[in-house]
Design a protein around this ligand. Sequence first.
Ligand code: IMP
Ligand code: MG
Length: 179
Amino acid sequence: MGQPLITLHDKAFQPYLSAAEIATAIDQVALRLNADYAGRQPLFVVVLTGGFMFATDLLKRFTGNCEIVFIRVASYEGTGSTGQVQEIMGLREDVQGRDIILVEDIVDTGTTLNHLLPTLQANKPASIEIAAMFFKPASLRYQLDLKYIALEIPNDFVVGYGLDYDGLGRNLPDVYVAV
Ligand code: IMP
Ligand code: MG
């Protein structure tokens, strides 16, 4: 018998990545961050809404001192990128001279990061790196330096682990792919 499907709105999804596989991938990213940022007190800038679950698990594994702030952007409607980023909630912290780590749920077309990076750069941080749970290389439309990627995935629509389909599915600990 196949794995059970789940339904969100009008769509069926099948299991794709387990919570255990996700945890193992995050362990690897955390090891690298802990080595690279030893003694540096970075500012983690978490991109909401989707980034909340990855940020929670990643930051519990970060062993140094750090600060954490949240920003909120949106570029998606249903299962397709609108290609436009609407900034909902801006960054108020002073980022000048800080080592920033942007925490994203997924890098798809790269539109969100392509919009956010210049905005952050304009405030003269010491450094900016990107930490993303998922990356769809086949979908990327911009030149981006993605240093900390937990898992690369094919160009399929996925839900779970912070990612939603029209608002549903973010709470799922495993990741599912549209059937
Ligand atoms: P980008 O701006 O095209 O890179 O897309 C970034 C945002 O689109 C992510 O932060 C997600 O919120 C959303 N997104 C991209 N791919 C998926 C997916 O497969 N499932 C759910 N949301 C996605
Ligand atoms: Mg997002």
